[in-house]
Design a binder for this molecule. Sequence first.
Ligand code: KG4
Ligand code: ZN
Length: 333
Amino acid sequence: MLLLGIETSCDDTATAVVRDGVHVLSNVSTNQDEFHAKYGGIVPEIASRRHAALLSAAVDDALTRANVSLGELDGIAVTSGPGLIGSLVVGVAAAKALAFATGLPLYAVNHLHGHLFAAFLERDEPPPYPFLALLVSGGHSQLVEVHSPVSLRIIGKTRDDAAGEAYDKTARLLDLPFPGGPALDALARNGDPKAIAFPRHRPDPGTLDMSFSGLKTSVRYFLTSDAGKRARREDVAASFQAAVVDVLIDRVARALDAGEYRALVLSGGVAANSALQTAFRLLGEQRSIPAYVPERRFCTDNAAMIAAAAERRGDAASADPRTLVADPNLRFA
Ligand code: KG4
Ligand code: ZN
C-alpha cells in the first residue's frame, strides 16, 4: 500500500509517504523547539496552534517530495493517541477531512505501535516474530513482547519517570538547553561514565519493571554536594547516562533469560542515544540474537513510523472517519 502518514501527538508536525510499510518516499518533520525552548518544556497550547498552522503545508510537502498525488494513495494513517489532546485533534481532524474528501481508507494508529514498527522502515529483512522491544520515549519506557502486529504484551514498564523524561529533567539540572536528551547525550560523549557511581535502581527482583526518578534525585543531591560542585558536567552527564543504559540493558537481559525471542528491537526517542545503541547491539552479539535499531530519523517522533504501523496492523487499524476521535490515553496492548 501507498500510505500518507500524519503524526502530531506532541510537538513535531510530521508527515510522510511510505510504500508497503518499508520504503520511505518522503519524511517531513518540523520541530517546534524554538517556540518551547524559553519555557524549558513543551507548552501544549503552543504545540497545537503550531500544528494547526503547519499541517496543511506539511501534507503538501510530503506528497510533493514523494512525487505522489492524493489520488495515487491507498490510505491515510494518523496517530489517534496517546499524546497531548490539543495536538492529537489537529492531526486527526486533518486526516478525517482528507479521508472524507478523497474517499480513501483511514487508519488510526497508536503512537507507540508507530515506534515499534519504526524498526521495519528501509530494511530488506524485517525483524522476525516473536521479538522483544525496548520502547523508550519521553512519555513511556516499556519492554514489549511482540508476537505479531496485533498480538503484543507489555512485560515490564517504568514505575515512575520514563527514560526520556529522566534525560530531560537531568539535562535541566545541568543547565542544558531544551530539548535535553540530545544535549545531554552530546555532553556525555566527552565525559567519564565511571566518574560518579549513581544508583542503578531495579524494583523487586520478580519483575521486569524499571525506575528512574531516584536516579534523577541522586544527580540533584550530588550537584549540590562539595564533590558535585567540583565535578565536570561532562562526567556527571556520562555517569548519569551510564546508569540509565545499565538499567535498561539489565531489564532486556533478564527478559531474554525468561523468554524465547528471535530478535531485539529498540525504539522511541531515547533509541537515538548513542550509548544505548552501542550497549543494545553488544547485548545482541553476546546473546547471539539480531538487534534492530532504527535509523536515527525514525527513532524520534516521525510520520513514516505511523504509516509503517498502519500497514502492518491492517484491519486492526482501520477507522471510520465519521466516528474517529483522538484519545490522549489510548491503550497500547
Ligand atoms: O519518541 P519521542 O520523540 O517523543 C515521545 O513519544 O515522547 O521521544 C522524545 C524523548 C525526549 O525525552 C528526548 O529527550 C529523548 O527522547 N531523546 C534522547 C535523545 N534524542 C531524543 N534521549 C537521549 N539521547 C538522545 N540522543
Ligand atoms: Zn514518540
